[in-house]
Write a protein that binds this ligand. Structure first.
Ligand SMILES: [Fe+2]
Length: 284
């Protein structure tokens, strides 16, 4: 089988995020890019996104789409920054609207119009997006979040956070709209794809210092994933997942990340003093 697309992997070490530049002929798409945010110093930078833009420029490519596999809770997306620089369209699940509505209330976010308009393309299950003569097929994989999608391109599946490498299992399901039973169904859908298809991760946390790994065949994942494999029953998984979620701390960047990501990566507007602020809900 001839290779039709090229995949360039970028690893954002601080958030353990893997972002992809997919390219064919002179066109490119980016999946799950990151905006750097130093929480301690309140400092935003575009260092990571600029490396991707530099790659695109050096290869004389035109960026056409920026895909988000879901509203990330552990890093800020650079989607808006990339769109501003290139004119590419930001594509996300149509279920982002439910997430926007929930978090508009949560943050008391008066600036957000929660109808998906800050994104350019709202995707549904089984949609196809044309990319340089290839079809990018959208697979809804809710569970980790309700807006999670996987993107199937030429036997490669960019799966977001539904699954991790086999030694890491699955993503948490305890965010608003998350659901362990749904995740089991979504992973079963991914594991039912042809054995030789390749699953590409959005994160790898390198447990016990092992080297970075970010892809695996469907067959290997189905056989060896520690949380959901071909021998796992749904009830067993749901119990494992809930027990594990109860022990997990919130992601360090959760509050700024969601706040920015529901705006497609746009920062809050400057206040009268010219300063941008993030909100953190405080309870007593
Ligand atoms: Fe996530």
């Amino acid at each position: 089988m001839s290779i039709k697309i090229n995949i360039k992997v970028f690893f954002h070490k601080i958030t353990s995020t893997i972002s992809y530049v997919i390219y064919k002929d002179k066109h490119a798409v980016i999946i799950d890019s990151v905006l750097d945010f130093d929480l301690q110093n309140g400092k935003i930078s575009s260092h990571f996104a600029d490396k991707q833009l530099d790659f695109i420029k050096r290869h004389d490519l035109t960026l056409v789409y920026i895909f988000e596999t879901h509203a990330h809770a552990d890093h800020l997306t650079s989607a808006s920054y990339l769109r501003d620089k290139t004119g590419a369209k930001i594509a996300v699940s149509a279920n982002i609207i439910g997430i926007q509505k929930y978090f508009k209330t949560f943050y008391n976010d008066k600036a957000l119009i929660a109808d998906g308009r800050c994104f350019d393309l709202l995707l549904n299950d089984n949609d196809s997006v044309d990319f340089s003569g290839e079809s990018i097929k959208v697979l809804a994989v809710p569970g980790h979040t309700n807006d999670s999608i996987a993107l199937l391109i030429d036997g490669n599946v960019f799966i977001g956070d539904s699954l991790f490498m086999p030694d890491q299992g699955t993503a948490r399901c305890d965010f608003p709209g998350g659901d362990a039973t749904m995740l089991f169904k979504s992973v079963s859908k991914l594991h039912a794809l042809p054995d030789h298809f390749i699953l590409w991760m959005c994160h790898d946390y390198q447990p016990m210092g092992r080297k970075l790994v970010y892809n695996i065949t469907v067959r290997e994942s189905r056989q060896h994933n520690i949380h959901i494999n071909e021998r796992t029953a749904v009830a067993e998984f749901v119990k494992t997942r809930k027990n594990r979620d109860a022990m997990l701390a919130l992601p360090k960047l959760l509050y700024p990340a969601i706040q920015v990501n529901i705006h497609a990566g746009k920062l809050p507007l400057k206040e009268e003093n010219g300063q941008v602020y993030f909100k953190i809900p405080v309870t007593t």
